[in-house]
Design a protein. Structure first.
Length: 95
């Protein structure tokens, strides 16, 4: 792991996966449901959700569309300090 990765608390792919997992948990959406909404294979999504494989930009776009959030909401907070979208990445969906 690089010094930068250590200073920021892990690799970007792992921290992005964590943000997505938190968002799914807060919205009570399973990974299987996310896979269905995005058209991704469950096995592929599972490997990305653990940080084993990095999400690519197309993955992030599909996930943001499926969840109705901006792509920046899927990134760790340190990468979105000027996010003015008004959407919290961990905001629950209205019931």
């Amino acid at each position: 792991m690089s010094e930068t990765g250590t200073m920021l608390g892990g690799r970007l792919r792992e921290r992005t996966a964590e943000e997505i997992r938190v968002l799914l948990a807060r919205r009570r959406i399973s990974a299987a449901e996310l896979a269905r909404r995005t058209g991704m294979k469950q096995s592929t999504l599972a490997r990305r959700m653990t940080g084993e494989i990095a999400f690519d930009l197309d993955d992030l776009e599909a996930i943001s569309e499926a969840l109705g959030v901006p792509v920046t909401a899927l990134m760790p907070a340190t990468f979105r300090p000027n996010d003015r979208s008004g959407v919290s990445p961990v905001q629950a969906t209205p019931t």
